[in-house]
Design a binder for this molecule. Sequence first.
Ligand SMILES: [Zn+2]
Ligand SMILES: [Zn+2]
Length: 339
Amino acid sequence: MRAALNYGPNDTRVEDIPEPVPGLGEVKVKIAYCGICGSDPDIYDGTFGLLKAPWWPKPPFQTGHEASGVIEELGTGLLGDWKVGQRVAMNFRKYCGACYYCRNKMEQFCENVKSYEAGFAEHAVYSESCLYALPDDVSMERGAMLEPVTIAVHAVDLGNIAPGKTVAISGAGTIGLLVMQVAIRAGAARVFVSDPMPEKREMAMKLGADWTVDPLSEDMVSVGRAHTDGRGFDTVFECSGKLSAAEQCIHLADKDGTVVWAGSYPEEVAFPIHPYYMFANELTVRSTILAPFVFPRALKLLSKLDLEPMITDIVPLEDIAKALARRKTSTAIKILVQP
Ligand SMILES: [Zn+2]
Ligand SMILES: [Zn+2]
C-alpha cells in the first residue's frame, strides 16, 4: 500500500509498504481522509517539541492522526459489535485504563499509551477503543474533523464559558474556528478573533465572529479592549501557537478572566510572567495538549458544526510532502489528505 514516511526534517516520502494486519482487539480501516493537523508541518520540518521525546519513533515513521474511513478487516477478540463496511472516525491513542493517570481522569497522560498515528496511508490498523461509528448524517470529510473537534471541546471545557460571556480567540485556523463555534454553542455572546490572514478573518466573520483584528497591523490587546469598554474578555483562547500571542492573551483577559493556551508551542522559548499582574487581576491560565474523555461529545457535535467551509483543500496522498511544506504560509484552513 502507499503510505507517507517521515525520514527526517523536510524529507517525507510516499512509498510502498506492507499493509498492516489487525491483531488482538484491533481492526483494519481503509482510510477515506486524514486531516493535516497544525502539528504536522512542525513534525515535517523537525521543529515539533515532542520529536525529542524518548517514546517518539525513530525515522522513517508514519504520521496522520485525524482520520476517517471504512472498516475492512476485523482482528481477534473484539468486544464491540464492529462490522466490515462500517463507517468510522478514529482517535489515534489507545489508553491503558490501568495506570495512575488513567485511573485519575487524565488519560491524556497515560503511561502506557499505544499510538496509532499512521493515517496518511491507504490502510491503517486501530485498537477498537480508538473507533467511533459515524452516524449516517456525518460525511467522511466531517468524520476526519472528529479529533480536532475534541481539542476544541476540551479547550472550551477549560474556558469557564457561560451564557452571555465574551470570548477572544487568537488564531483563526482549524482549532481557533472550531473553538469559536463550540464557544458560541456554549453561550459566548460576543466573539473577537485575531489572525494576520484576511482570508481567515473573513472565515471567522462568516462563522460567527463579531469583530476581527489583524495583529500585525494593529495591537490586538488595545483593539480587543476597545470592544469591551476597556475591560478585556471573560475568556481568551490562544490557538495560533505563537509565543507572542500566548503572552498578549494574558493582557486581553478581563479581571477574573480565564486564558486557555490551546496551541502547540516551540520548546525552547519563554516569556516573563508578572506575578503582581496575576495577583491584581485574579486570572486563571489553563493549557491543553490532548482531549481526555470528550470523543463521544465531539461526535454528537460533528453533524451540528459548520465544517464544510473550513475544509478548504483536499489533496492526494502523493502530494502530501508539498502540502506539508506549504502549510505554514498558506491561507488554507483544513487540508484533508485523500489516499
Ligand atoms: Zn493534532
Ligand atoms: Zn494509562
